[in-house]
Design a protein around this ligand. Sequence first.
Ligand code: SF4
Length: 188
Amino acid sequence: MGVRTWIDSWPVYRQLTGTDPLGRGAAARSGPTARLTPRVASADRVVKSICPYCAVGCGQNVYVEDGRVTQIEGDPDSPVSRGRLCPKGSASLQLTTGDAREHHVLYRRPYGAGWERLDLDTAMDMIADRVIEARRAGWQWDVDGARTRRTLGVASLGGATLDNEENYLIKKLFTALGAIQIENQARI
Ligand code: SF4
């Protein structure tokens, strides 16, 4: 390191001779800090999304690199959250890429002590069988013994960040099934 470079490396020298007399900007910046780059700098694209955890629905920027999610941060363009995320939302990268994320259907039998893996078709058939059975067992009857078109055997509780279209389809589906207990977490 030459003498000149050595002197320039002193923050107090830069403060006294440079454009940062208060020493709160460039004068105080160290070499390692100057070489830092944002961890999202290498992302290929940014996808707008909504935090899935609660009814606030904070906006998120999802950074993608080589087809994989690499970082999730608050979206400054969101009128709801203006770039902010609470600790849960800030940790939602783990929801997409963390080791704890399940990629298979898991089933625990009644009185079972552990989880077993099912293929999706089997799981969907099991759900359909149970819906039909519960619906049939829960049909309501009027005082004359006639069956009404409602069942108490099926209910729906939606998540707060389901969008309008999803809620519309859920309402259609469950009403068609005869359910009358159709709620959403955002109203609770
Ligand atoms: S960031 Fe926090 S407050 Fe915002 S939607 Fe997610 S969980 Fe709710």
